[in-house]
Design a protein around this ligand. Sequence first.
Ligand code: 13P
Length: 267
Amino acid sequence: MSDKNFIILNDPGKPKMTHQLIIAGNWKMNLLRDGSRKLISDLQKGYTFGSAMKVILIPPATLLGSIADQIRNSPFFLGAQNCHEERFGAFTGEVSAEMLADLGCTYVVLGHSERRTLFGETNNQIRARASSALDFGLTAIICVGESIEQRQAGLAMDTVSKQLEECVGSEANSNNCIIAYEPIWAIGTGKTAELQDIEEMHRHIRNVLIAKSATGNDIPILYGGSVKAENASNIFAVPQVGGALVGGASLNSQDFLEIIKAGQRND
Ligand code: 13P
């Protein structure tokens, strides 16, 4: 098991859990109620993996309430794709961390590259949102990753360092924070990063987290970007990879279950 990162649940009274891979499905702006109900029902029927892994479903906001009901008493956790930094107020169209917690969410994705590039979200905003998520008991899944131009210019590490420095607060720990490394050029393109590049970047992220937080060694780091059934087990075997943030392949129950199964094989 050597170098994989662990999730340590520090709640007093609970046994420590280690080596639990995290597999999160980001549905992005996809699916209506019928399709969502069917996808989750198929996942529930096909899920035979017990608690060996933590599976997080991250649907669009419109589906969170119904999914919270549907996954009650099942091994799936619920996450949202974003939240606003303020608790309430005149912010038309926005949803707060408290509202997500009220619906039954325990995770929220922050700083996805689509939010950064299409909607202009800044590192400062992402940090403020992570802090609000923490206030309401949500675990923030903070996304980082470089563009192809930054990688080609040799700036991938510096880009990710800056994102981590500015988005992750000193209060981050293994109970309230997950980092997702998603190179922008690998998202939705079918191009996965080379395993060696994934390892190098994950080690770099680990070092930044250790320098930042007393529990930086325990904060899970996920890889995202064209994760599929065919490449998942190789990716999960990379040192420091604590799981995956899956986009397209999480919309198909068979594909997503295959990815989960690949995680189990590495356990
Ligand atoms: P794909 O798996 O479709 O490349 O998307 C990755 C992603 O953006 C997950 O957040």
